[in-house]
Write a protein that binds this ligand. Sequence first.
Ligand code: BQZ
Ligand code: CA
Length: 691
Amino acid sequence: MKILSRAALPALMLGVSATALTAQMVEPTTPPPAPEFSAQGEPVFVNRSDMFEYRALESYNEPEFVSAFVEAGMLPPVAERLPAEPMVYKAGNMPDGIGDYGGTLRHVIGGRPEGWNYWGGQSQGWGGIDIGMTECLTRTGPLFTINPEDLEPMPNLAKSWEWSDDGMMLTVNLIEGAHWSDGDPFDTEDIDFYWNDIVMNGEVTPLNGATQTTYGEGTTLEIVDDYTFTMTFTTAFPESVLYNFAYGNFCPGPSHVLKPVHPSYSDNTMEQFINAFPPEDMGFPVMGAWVPVEYRADDIIVLRRNPYYWKVDEEGNQLPYLDEVHYRLSTWADRDVQAVAGTGDFSNLEQPENYVESLRRSAEDDAPARLAFGPRTIGYTLYPNLSGNGWGEPDERAQAVRELNRNADFRKGITQAMDRVRLGESLVKGPFTVQYPGGLYAGTSYYDEASTVFYPYSLESARAHFEAAGLADTDGDGFYNWPEGMMDGGNVQITILANTDYQTDRNLAEGVVAMLEEAGIQAALNLLTGNDRDAAQNSGRYDWMVLRNGTSLITVVQNTTELAPVGAQTSLNHRANADGELDLLPWEQEMVDVVNAFIGSRDAAERSELMSQYQRLYTENLYGVGLTAYPGALIINKRFANIPAGAPIFMYNWAEDNIIRERVYVPADAQADHELHPNTLPGDDGPVTAG
Ligand code: BQZ
Ligand code: CA
């Protein structure tokens, strides 16, 4: 620690000797060991080719009620509704084999739909609804069951791809003859619109956000024919693009309905484009297995099977098996309660406050749902806004906080004010939570403990770092003041942005505020509901935020560009200002270089070494202040079959993707009468019956 040189001047000005300061500071260590917690249920590891293939079958089947639509001339025969070579799921990989048609899957979600324009960045309420409606070029959720030697994104809408010899070009082959749920052909018109008018248009960012640098600076895309396109890169073999072809990043929209209302092809403003498909509008075309047919605000969204879905089982049964899916518009906590009570069918148990009651209820003989804990992949980080050049238009106070955030001593003070044992126990007692330093998760493939720097809890050391950052309690009220001439010398005040839709997020944010106050920093909560919180984060309108981490810190290969400010809009907590300028700190630049080198490398040993460097840069410099991490549990009603063993609630994606819902079924003799629109198919204005 070069504390003498850096802190000497401010310390001497405050009459505290620099040596006294260093005596109070507690050195960083490596992280404390995680309490043993073994996940229940192991995945059955297979190769992707064991799971599915693309193949034409002799004949195809559909639910009886759908045939009535064909007989009434309302639909083409099923063979014409399917691609030449549909995706065929192999029975050998289905835990409970070929399924029965019928049944309803009842999700409960805590989000709310803003509209159907996922490509305009609108949320549909999360909880699996967008994952199910928007299918993407590749798929990664189910990768938790794939053998490490075959670990590469699964083909999905892209059925195959080839690299050029020099690795500078990728040729992508789409599935041929698939249709949107309204019968419109799926082809490279949809790719062209998505790439040129959404991804490369800096004014709009799709939900979960592919941006101009997600596929590498300077990358171009060319359409070759109806089902083929190429991408040309500026570095060789950026294989991470295949992961960024998956959910969230390359999920093309229905260009036949989006293009006519896009600003480049109409008189609409971007705002009008984004809001062109309100949740009340039914019949929005999807590539997913189910299509919205009913929306009642704050009550429910009902979806019915997509008659053009492009996947079948080995006996030629067009999928999905389940005819109807609900998203009850409630709260995330209620999702847990309803799943264990049996009035809902699915939950990712991710809020530890509900663990004890959920475990107790699920242990009873007559419990309606199975509950299985997975690996420790749910984690929270306290992120500083590291922009010093105006991202999010800060006022004088907010700008002053950001200047502090960019000071290593201030960040060290913040992290050493965190008592992570107390934070974890405030959520749940027992072997669940671990003190999380931040950065890559312990127990994951790129984690390297020796590269992980942990700053232990110490109020004394926290205060020493705040003083080394030039702060002093000049009016003796127990809270640090701004230096003379700044903000009228009043107390430093920082705000903590958090998601009010989760008890856990609120508990952690409240704990952070209390601990900062104990260390002499006044903090206030800024609790916003999901969609507003996400918007505040993405526009940089916050000082610090409590954030539940995404997949990038768990798998590294999914959403890799999120790991550092490699592009203007890729980082979680440091994006470019309105002029497109990123004012990276030196160690941030090093992180960017390491992440870019990782993206460009095909050498496993080199990639591991680069991620060790990343981990040291992240945890030593506190790109984020880790708080706590713990295992989640999957809760699913016992009547459902084909649930893959060991499915984690969160890894490459959420369980709503991981369990492959289009293969899930309810055995005929266990189907309950939950259907709200039996024997109907999606129409332009809602559910329609045959004839
Ligand atoms: C899972 C998930 C499926 C988003 C969302 C929500 C948004 C965030 C995050 C989770 C919910 C559930 O998480 O909590 O268990 O069902 O939907 O998408 O927190 O506010 O923006 O990143 O995935
Ligand atoms: Ca004060």
